[in-house]
Design a protein around this ligand. Structure first.
Ligand SMILES: NC(=O)c1ccc[n+]([C@@H]2O[C@H](COP(=O)([O-])OP(=O)(O)OC[C@H]3O[C@@H](n4cnc5c(N)ncnc54)[C@H](OP(=O)(O)O)[C@@H]3O)[C@@H](O)[C@H]2O)c1
Length: 337
């Protein structure tokens, strides 16, 4: 058991959202990125939105990118667009069929990733794929609430299969980015998580909380995952030089609001930034030399600075709550190992 969550003020919620509406200028831009020749990055949700921009910028720096998507044709189309636009010594491999709404698909997708990777070192993993459902009634193949499955269970299961390839002393850059959101500020009261039943399995749809609370829960979990992964692998991460952080990329005009009403879409298009700015945040997290092994679990905010999550979630990073969440998820995904 961990201690009861400390309280947090409503004001902190508003100030966190404010960071998304009025972020600082991008602090780390492509011209400052290192050359990534010989390095490999895995990016999930790579066919559109922020993920697409991340792949493009990494490829521009000669990185070998493994673009992980659920629909292969969408991934191939995205790759064609980038190849037509960008000259590079890198490569883009597309792995389709990785659908976090069906945990049965992850192992075979991971096997394909490992085959494509071959003997190359794996330097960067960006768990970017994510779902912000317009309602609370989405349910995964396994009967789990859609956003917890897509944003939390799927990424942790994929990471499980990538650990062996990643945890090697074979490079000077080793980063994992768990993409979160300022919406974690709207998550449940106790460290963001509905501990009794975070997946709302067997809960009738009309009894589920609103979708923003559920999306917020999944994004609070991402913050906890970033720190928990590093603690779980503590015997190796410092020696290898791995850094695992979460990232709120910003409020961006992407397809995240697909399925939402026209008012939400108009609001996001009015206050959101171009999707490439989200890539600047994620690539600060993935590449900036400012982050070191002392920054495990840091929460990166737009467009590339270290911020602070909600008070209780922040406390959860040091009092064992992150590990409790990790272990709970581990129990749910074990049948799919
Ligand atoms: N846009 C924002 O303002 C904002 C703010 C805070 C955080 N974020 C986070 O940023 C990340 C990227 O989002 P985005 O804004 O770029 O949204 P997006 O344009 O909708 O892209 C989301 C990507 O995730 C993939 N995806 C969704 N559900 C999946 C599943 N069950 N299995 C596998 N892949 C799945 C999508 O694949 P398909 O195309 O096949 O559906 C797509 O490639 C997400 O984690 C999101 O929560 C975004």
């Amino acid at each position: 058991m961990t201690e009861p969550a400390p309280s947090f003020s409503r004001l902190s919620t508003y100030s966190g959202i404010w960071q998304g509406i009025y972020p600082g200028k991008p602090a780390y831009l492509p011209q400052q990125y290192p050359d990534l020749t010989g390095k490999t990055a895995i990016v999930t949700g790579a066919n559109t939105g922020i993920g697409f921009e991340v792949v493009k910028l990494l490829y521009e720096k000669n990185c070998n990118v493994i673009a992980v998507v659920r629909t292969e044709s969408k991934g191939l189309e995205a790759r064609e667009k980038i190849l037509a636009d960008v000259k590079s010594k890198g490569t883009i491999g597309v792995i389709g069929g990785c659908d976090f709404m069906d945990l049965n698909t992850i192992k075979s997708a991971a096997t394909k990733i490992i085959n494509v990777l071959g003997d190359n070192s794996l330097n960067i993993i960006i768990h970017n794929a994510g779902l912000m459902a317009p309602n609370s009634d989405g349910t995964s193949e396994q009967g789990y609430e859609a956003m917890f499955s897509s944003n939390v269970l799927g990424p942790q299961l994929l990471q499980h299969f990538l650990d062996d390839a990643f945890l090697k002393k074979d490079g000077d850059l080793k980063r994992i980015v768990w993409v979160s959101s300022c919406t974690h500020l709207m998550a449940f009261r106790e460290y963001g998580i509905n501990w009794e039943n975070p997946t709302f399995k067997d809960v009738p749809i009309e009894k589920r909380p609103d979708h923003q609370t559920l999306y917020g829960q999944s994004k609070a979990a991402n913050i906890l995952q970033a720190k928990a992964w590093a603690t779980k692998k503590a015997d190796m991460v410092t020696d290898i030089g791995c850094v695992s952080v979460s990232c709120f990329p910003g409020i961006l005009r992407t397809q995240l609001t697909r399925g939402w009403g026209s008012l939400t879409k108009r609001m996001i298009s009015w206050m959101g930034y171009d999707s490439v700015y989200g890539a600047y945040s994620e690539l600060f997290a993935a590449l900036s030399p400012k982050l070191t092994t002392n920054d495990q679990g840091a929460y990166i905010i737009p467009f590339g600075q270290v911020g602070e999550p909600r008070t209780d979630v922040k406390a959860g990073l040091t009092n064992g709550t992150d590990l409790k969440m990790w272990d709970m998820v581990e129990d749910m995904i074990k049948p799919f190992f």
